[in-house]
Design a protein around this ligand. Structure first.
Ligand SMILES: Cc1ncc(COP(=O)(O)O)c(C=O)c1O
Length: 427
């Protein structure tokens, strides 16, 4: 008789070990901000499946849209025929991103949205080089990985990666790479940017996360992004925003670019775009897209009908339920609680972010030394107490708070109290 293995053992046997797992939980269902395991235990989810379920897990309107679409048509491929959900979502994305005559290239994931964005810029500008940043995370396929910074992800592939990538230190004010203090820094980061771009006319584009995700939930200073936009426009260098994590209401704005009041030339989108259905998009200015000739890029599954139906429902829910407003309000509430606690807990080095994209950087008390050990303990104990958390940052020293955008203040307070109790007990 076959031995019954539980899912965990089976997963460890049959799923490639290359895929890491934050927890050993077996989740069977989820609703709103709550996920439930096979044992029937509910957890408050401050991860949103890594910044994906912005409308809340299994939002009924999204579920219905997927079911309705599945009854009609699951797949046809954009390469074979046009279909309404795909075209309608492209229209909406062009409107929401603010590209008057722009258009959309759909794909399935964030890394593919980056592949598309960098191929578009390379193809159109014909310039070989791209500029990106330390701490950047743009995905794991070889093109996107070439733009990603972390050694752990690049190791073993180094000589396959694109060589024509320049890298500047990310403008990370809490750990200023130029050892300056914000407000009194003379923007050394901008000087470095300008001198590099002036010295090297082979750089056709700049790729940046306006708010670092994996790298530590670090918002670039407003002055930096605005001057980056002005300077690249002036010199005809394409500016690509990776808004894969910061998009779709996460920051209290539809896109983080609105916080900076700038318009990039290209935007890479994914994660929250379709409430959990696999979808990504590269959206760009019309004059760039029009030069990307047919077959210079493509694929079979681009803009799957179920994913696009879910994407349309996601946009309707964000608007109807005023999720941007809620993300802003609850985000401010959380930041208030954390800022107040920071006065009492010197291990809380920095609280930052926008809307419900909030990072808490932990340090050894009273120093700038990263404290990943405390973050690991926090995540473990929080899970024991029914709260799911993710970390980020170069050394894993940052807790990132990314709950679904429909979270209430009460639910937010419940999660934050768990975090603050653990900090109190552990320090
Ligand atoms: C900013 C950013 N870019 C790109 C990616 C890659 O997206 P995906 O995992 O869907 O390939 C991620 C994923 O975490 C991300 O946060």
């Amino acid at each position: 008789m076959a031995i019954q293995m539980d899912i965990l053992d089976k997963g460890k046997q049959y799923l490639s070990p290359v895929m890491g797992h934050y927890t050993d939980l077996e989740v069977i269902s989820a609703k709103g901000v709550w996920v439930t395991t096979v044992q029937g235990r509910s957890y408050l989810d401050f991860t949103s499946g890594v910044a994906v379920t912005n409308t809340g897990h299994n939002h009924p309107a999204v579920v219905q849209a997927i079911k309705d679409q599945a009854d009609q048509l699951i797949h046809i491929s954009s390469g074979v025929a046009y279909c309404k959900p795909n075209v309608d979502l492209a229209e909406k994305l062009v409107q929401k991103t603010g590209y008057a005559d722009g258009s959309v290239f759909f794909c399935q994931s964030g890394t593919e949205a980056i592949e598309a964005s960098i191929k578009l810029v390379r193809y159109v500008t014909k310039k070989p080089k791209l500029l990106t940043y330390t701490l950047a995370f743009h995905g794991r396929t070889l093109g996107a990985l070439s733009m990603t910074y972390k050694e752990k992800f690049r190791q073993g592939y180094e000589n396959w990666l694109i060589k024509d990538v320049e890298r500047l230190p990310y403008p990370y004010c809490y750990r200023c790479p130029y050892a300056k203090t914000y407000g009194d820094c003379g923007f050394e980061c901008l000087k470095a940017l300008k001198s590099l771009l002036l010295a090297d006319d082979q750089i056709g584009g700049v790729l940046i996360e306006p708010i670092l995700g994996e790298g530590g939930y670090v918002p670039a200073p407003i002055e930096y992004i605005q001057e980056l936009r002005r300077f690249t426009s002036e010199r005809g260098i394409a500016l690509i925003f990776d808004e894969i994590q910061s998009g779709f209401g996460r920051t209290g704005m539809m896109f983080a670019k609105e916080l900076y009041d700038v318009q990039p030339d290209v935007m890479a989108l994914a994660k929250g775009i379709a409430s959990g259905m696999p979808l990504g998009a590269c959206v760009a200015r019309g004059d760039l897209m029009k030069q990307w000739t047919t077959s210079a890029h493509g694929g079979t599954f681009l803009g799957n009908t179920l994913s696009c139906a879910a994407g349309l429902a996601t946009l309707r829910v964000i608007e109807a339920e005023k999720l941007l407003d809620n993300a802003y309000q609850v985000g401010q509430f959380i930041k208030g609680l954390l800022e107040e606690a920071k006065q009492r807990h010197p291990v809380m080095g920095d609280i930052r972010g926008a809307g419900l994209m909030i990072g808490i950087e932990f340090v050894k008390a009273g120093t700038l030394t990263p404290n990943p050990e405390l973050v690991t303990t926090l995540r473990r104990v929080a899970q024991e107490r029914g709260l799911l958390l993710l970390s980020c940052g170069e050394e894993g020293q940052v807790i990132r708070l990314i709950p679904p955008l429909m979270i209430t203040k009460e639910e937010a307070a419940q999660g934050i109290n768990i975090i603050l109790d653990i900090i109190r007990e552990q320090t």
